[in-house]
Design a binder for this molecule. Sequence first.
Ligand code: ADP
Ligand code: MG
Length: 361
Amino acid sequence: MAKITLKNLRHSYLPSPKGAEDYALKEIDLDWQDGGAYALLGPSGCGKSTLLNIISGLLTPSEGRILFDDVDVTDLPPDQRNIAQVFQFPVIYDTMTVRDNLAFPLRNRGVAEARITERVAEIAAMLEVVELLDIRASHLSPDNKQKISMGRGLVRDDVNVVMFDEPLTVIDPHLKWKLRSKLKELHQRVKATMIYVTHDQTEALTFADQVVVMQDGEIVQIGTPVELFERPQHTFVGHFIGSPGMNVLDATEAGGRVSFEGQEIAVEGKVTGQGGSTQVGIRPEFVSIGAAGLPARVRKVSDIGRHSVVEAMVGDTPVRAVIDGEAPGQGDAVHLAFRPDQTRLYRDGWLSTETDGAVAS
Ligand code: ADP
Ligand code: MG
C-alpha cells in the first residue's frame, strides 16, 4: 500500500489552455496517507474522474507530479502503478464464469493457482457471491455484475491503492446501503488505501474517514465528516453537505458586528478579514424556535421522520430550522434563535470567523 502525494497538479483537456476556466483541474495539492479511507465528493463535472484517472495513469496531467511513497510515478503507465480501479459500469468478461472473472487479475500477474483459489474464495465470501462462482457472468443481474467488478478490484493484495469511481450508480437503491457498508467493512479488513469517488454525500460520509470536497476543479475542503458538517470552510460545503443544507443568508458586517435583515446577529468567536460580500451560515439543526429572536413567519412545514423542517420568512429571506417535537403551523408568527457558537460569517464564500482552534460544539 502507499501514501499518495499530488503536487501542483493541473489538467486541461485543451491543447493550449489560457484562463482558469480552461482547466478541468485547477491546482491540486494533496497528501493521502497509507491505508486511509478517502472519499472524493463533488457535483458532476467538478473533475473527480479526471483526478482519479491521473492517479491511475490513464491520463497524464498537464502540469504537476504524482508520487507513491515519495517515488515519482508521473511518467509510469497504469500497469506499473499497481492500482486497482473500479469504474461506474461493470468491467467483466461476459463469457467467463464469476470464478474466472475474479481470478483474472491474479492469473494475469502469474500468481500461483493455489493462492488464486484461496484469494477468490476469500473475496467471494466477503462479497457474499459464493453461490454465484460457477455462473457465467453474462447471466448475472446488473447489481451482481458490479459486485464482481468490485471483487476484481479487491482481489489483488499487492496493490498500492484501490479506487472506486461512482461504483454504486448502477446498483438498485435497496442494495446500495448494503454494498456501502460492505465496502467500509472491506476497508477495515483489507487495510488498503482506498479512494471512493461520488457525488452522493451519504456514500462519501459513510465510507470515508477523510472527505475531499471538490467544486469546479478545485478542492474546497478536506475534513472528517464531522468537520465538514460543523465548520464548512466554504458556503458550497455548507450547502452540499447536510440535508437540508446550511442556511446561507446575505448579511452585512461593519467593525466586527454582523447584521441580517436589519438585526444584529451573534456569530462564533472573532470575525476575521474585511470587505467582500458577506453571508451568515447556520445549519438548520442549530436554529430554534422560541419566545425570543428574529421575528419570522412560517411558510412551510415538512415532516422528515422524527423531526420537522420549518421554513420561515425573516423579512424577505427564507430560513430553515430542524425542530424536534411539536412544530408550529403554516402562517404562524414565530421567533428564530441562532446558536451563536454555530453561526459563522463567510466572505466571498470563505469562512471568515475563527475560534481558539477547537471545533465548537
Ligand atoms: P466528474 O467525474 O466530477 O463528473 P470529470 O472529471 O469527468 O468530472 O470532468 C471534469 C470536466 O472535464 C468537465 O467539464 C468535463 O466536461 C471535462 N472532461 C472530462 N473528460 C473530458 C475529455 N475526455 N475531453 C474533454 N473534456 C473532458
Ligand atoms: Mg466522473
